[in-house]
Design a protein around this ligand. Sequence first.
Ligand code: SAJ
Length: 415
Amino acid sequence: MAKTKKQINITVVGLGYIGLPTACLLAKAGNAVYGYDIDDRKLALLKKRETPFQEQGLQKLLGQVIRTKRFTAGKSLQKSDVFLIAVPTPDVNHRADLTFVFQAIHAVIPYLEDDNLVIIESTIPPLACEQHIMPLLEKSGKKVLLSHCPERAIPGSTLREMVENDRIVGGLTPLAAQRTATLYKGFVKGQVYTTSATTAECCKVMENTFRDVNIALANEFAKISDEIGINVWEAIELANKHPRVNIHSPGPGVGGHCIPVDPWFFVGLSKEAKLIHAARTINDAMPAYVVQKVAEQAKKLKISKSVVGVLGVSYKKNVDDARETPATQIIKQLKKRGYRVLVHDPHVKRFSEKISPLKNVLSKSQLIVLVTDHDEYKTINFSKYKNIHRVFDTRNVLQNKKNETIIATLGVPQK
Ligand code: SAJ
């Protein structure tokens, strides 16, 4: 990597959904970025200037930063001014598993020098920097700076959000926060706020907890509406006309690598996290509720041992990301009840179940469950398929009049 006077050498550890776009943006901002990953498949794709996952605009940006030689990738580490860690922190028994973060830190320790800056982008539970990560870094014997800059981008609009969103930078020392903020200001157009590392850790988990609790409330409203016989979607739309009300949308459950995971960090930390715990439990129970509703439909139609087509397995619309998707539980529980399940998704290529062509699913199923509201499902004329007796729409996106008689919707009284 050529290093001009202004260029900072940055090593990004972990080239996933967050690491790769962050690395590309840092490179575009003029830094010399080295992406480190242990996954050979990923590295081979990057060598061909291909992204290992779909993300709007990323392929183009990757090509650009490779062409200008500001970004290279590989599986051997080297000395660097900055080490940015963006590895997964999976949920194991509702606790954050920091194994990958610790592995990343161990891997960079031999390359650390005094004054190096280590930035953690991975979501970590409050106090992790102070109590676990810094003590590890101190073992290097070098005087390094540590900060936490939690990522805030939403899959599907990652690059835009990484540039436009405000960011929180938490430093273990003010100098760590300030140096990190300067680096991010190179590509962030939003405000970059500095605070302590623990506050930044809390902000991140609070943001996703806010979302989870609000989704749980919407899901509870859907179940109440089913019981009392009103249309929850209409009620929410009208309630949201109030200037200070913003009820979220009910759905088949909460997926993705963050919202169903992060709130557990608070539950693990404090006995006070009762509302947070309840919200997690409600959202985790939504797949079972959906399957129950489907089974009720089947019973009514006297087609109990039928084929169920599941449309959409990514955790949300128009992305290829199926991490923690509620579809997994829905499929599992449908099978447990004795249904044969056929699965389609236009974006997801790798999934635990076989992905069948849409035509097959539509022409072979008696029941359909729309789990993910991908655009292309909205225009399907389900009535055309005489084999389909009922379509259960968990996202309220099939209001098409032509389909009216066979569509049933979560949170709407069944005909
Ligand atoms: N969902 C609902 N109802 C809603 C909104 C979402 O059921 O009203 C479901 C979605 O279908 C999906 C899940 O919740 O299964 C989560 O989707 P999402 O679009 O709300 O969020 P993520 O997980 O894609 O991204 C979140 C974002 N956090 C917040 O909006 C507070 C994003 O900004 C974070 O960067 C990301 O988590 C993360 O990495 O933490």
